[in-house]
Design a protein around this ligand. Sequence first.
Ligand SMILES: [Fe+2]
Length: 349
Amino acid sequence: MRGGDYSRLQGVSGATRAAGIAAVARTGEGRRRPAAARVAGGLVAAGGLAAAYMVFEAQWVKRRQVDLPVPGLPEMWSGLTVLHLADVHAGAFLTNERSLRKVVRWAEPLAPDLVFLTGDILGDPAKSGACLDLLAQIRPSLGMFAVTGNHEHGLSKAPLARPVGTSGLWSAAGITLLSDSCVALPPRHGTQVIVCGADYLTGGYGLLADGSPAGAVAKTAGDSPPSAGRAGVAFPILLIHDPPPADAELASIFPLAFAGHTHGGQLRVPAPSGLTPLNRQHNKFLDGVHRWGAGLLVVTRGVGTSFLPFRLFTRPEATLWRLVYTSPEHSDQRMNAPEEENAHGRIPG
Ligand SMILES: [Fe+2]
């Protein structure tokens, strides 16, 4: 309180004086309050802007067409196109459905040969139908294949998470769910591509138990395991939700695998070492193409989000890969920068 304010209270009774001091004190608080309110208001506005940007980024889907040189791919299959999607988290947020709608609108006219859905596609079963209806519009010529993620099994940090019970939903949408099972695509000149899927709970253990992808194909078809050479040249591809480490046993039998689960970190903040996920995960394969054993592992950031409809410096993505034959000795390609590799089409913003 300033001296002048007190001097004006000289000569009045004690009670009146005390009331006057209190009034002057309140006036002083009143002068300070606007500054504090301005700071608080600024913080709220900044938080609101940041949240608005993160909601925007969550729907800013990067859609790309990229060549993927695959060592050992049978030449007859060179040019096979695969749309790889994961982590739609249908029903979790409206933003997820909007992102998927953009992806389907872009992908449908591109007519991919295959669609791979590597887990956490479905959320609330009551709200998942719309997303499956959207996916069904793509109609890939050789099929749409899916594997379960943790969310389809009700495994998540969300307190109300529960198993979804998805088997009927997949088949109604024309999607083949692979649970430690395999499907052989129609052969081309004696060569086969075999698509195998790992169940989230087993981590693909059932595929190992079948001895080989060809054995898993035979088991899936109710056939006896093939003798050596019966299957001809077979190139197996693995779909799995959680990216396995490079020394996983699966890497010894699959030269190519597709995974999701990481969301690319979903929220990344600048740090001295570069953009760093706020929620650090055990998995070092956050996104991109990686050497994986003797083969390749492709990890997508996914289409949707979980827990919050936010992304920060980790845009959602949908990629139409064109698998290109390359001999095993030319496998020394650049990794982890798929956006810089041989884009064969327009890269929309
Ligand atoms: Fe997941």
